[in-house]
Design a protein around this ligand. Structure first.
Ligand SMILES: Nc1ncnc2c1ncn2[C@@H]1O[C@H](COP(=O)(O)O)[C@@H](OP(=O)(O)O)[C@H]1O
Ligand SMILES: CCc1ccc(OS(=O)(=O)O)cc1
Length: 305
């Protein structure tokens, strides 16, 4: 825990909300065929997708999202509180997780649980994570974006000269829940299964209505035009930002310093461009191209934009 993370099976976890005992016990969690699982690497827009799924469930009626905290509506299987809530739940429901595939409860792979994997430009997850971890006490606060990006100036130098690209922060290897690359590559092994849907933050931003339709189709749900209108309205950035059940303002101040930021920060694509240096962007490109070469490009709609 000395580096500001709690390590489990080689993966760094936040130090608040997680224990090794729960992570071990959670491995035996039994998924129901009717559950809906939301999977993502942190800061991919997970809470937005959770809000959308809750609103699809309620056909746009905001009563549920305005009265129950988001982490109770779709508990995180890997957190202590989330796991306890899920264990005691009788019927099926929504479940959220940031876990990499190798740590996931095995029952998922024998179930028909519908799984939605949310993917976002890792440059934006990096920038979003930097600002979020800086205002929270889930993990050690980053010293600067530079430090968060590569660990140290020395590592950056080594990266630029091509020396140690694989071990650098640019691969997101030492942020909460481990490596973005490993997270994505691991879960992409489920690609093609009929109970597995991939949604990108970028497509969700660009054509929210169309993506909600696609999600509804996957879930076997339909929305009347007026219901769709309500889902769109109540999951919009502005409405979510003001919903205290969804914007994390219910978390105590010692855990999330709301004076200096919010979960609901920008809600845009490409904000990383305002924060990365040219050198950082080049390094990131190089590593991304190299490591993701084996996966189809359509998985990364933000590339080349
Ligand atoms: N309704 C919404 N529309 C668009 N983006 C949203 C959103 N709700 C949350 N987000 C964005 O999702 C990111 C948080 O992701 P997560 O829920 O996985 O922690 C933040 O990104 P930014 O920090 O780039 O603004 C946040 O602003
Ligand atoms: C208690 C709600 C909560 C807080 C933080 C979480 O992780 S992360 O910020 O998305 O990495 C998950 C759940």
């Amino acid at each position: 825990m000395s580096d500001g993370y709690m390590w489990f099976e080689g993966v760094p976890f936040p130090v608040v909300g997680y224990t090794l005992e729960h992570l071990k016990a959670m491995h035996n969690f039994v998924f129901k065929d009717e559950d809906v699982l939301i999977l993502s690497f942190p800061k991919s827009g997970t809470n937005w997708l959770i809000e959308i799924l809750c609103l699809i469930h309620s056909k746009g009626d905001p009563t549920w999202i305005q009265s129950v905290p988001i982490w109770e509506r779709s508990p995180w299987v890997e957190t202590m509180n989330g796991y306890e809530a899920l264990k005691g739940r009788e019927g099926p429901g929504h479940v959220s997780s940031h876990l990499p595939i190798q740590l996931f409860p095995k029952s998922l792979f024998q179930s028909k649980t519908k799984v939605i994997y949310l993917i976002r430009n890792p440059r934006d997850t990096l920038a979003s994570g930097y600002f979020f971890w800086s205002i929270s006490n889930f993990v050690k606060k980053p010293e600067s974006l530079e430090q968060y990006f590569v660990g140290s100036p020395k590592e950056m130098e080594a990266l630029v000269t091509g020396g140690r690209a694989c071990s650098a922060r640019a691969l997101l290897t030492e942020v909460a829940f481990g490596s973005w690359l490993e997270h994505v590559c691991g879960w992409m092994s489920m690609r093609g299964k009929e109970n597995f849907l991939i949604v990108s933050y970028e497509e969700l931003k660009q054509d929210t209505r169309n993506m909600i339709q696609k999600i509804c189709q996957f879930l076997g749900r339909t929305l009347e035009p007026e219901e769709m209108h309500l889902v769109l309205k109540n999951s919009s950035f502005q409405v979510m930002k003001e919903n205290k059940m969804s914007n994390y303002s219910l978390l105590p101040n010692w855990l999330l310093d709301e004076k200096n930021g919010s979960l609901m920060r920008r809600g845009t694509t490409g904000d990383w461009k305002n924060h990365f240096t040219v050198a950082q962007a080049e390094v990131f490109d190089k590593i991304f191209q190299e490591k993701m070469a084996g996966l189809p490009r359509e998985l990364f709609p933000w590339e080349g934009c």
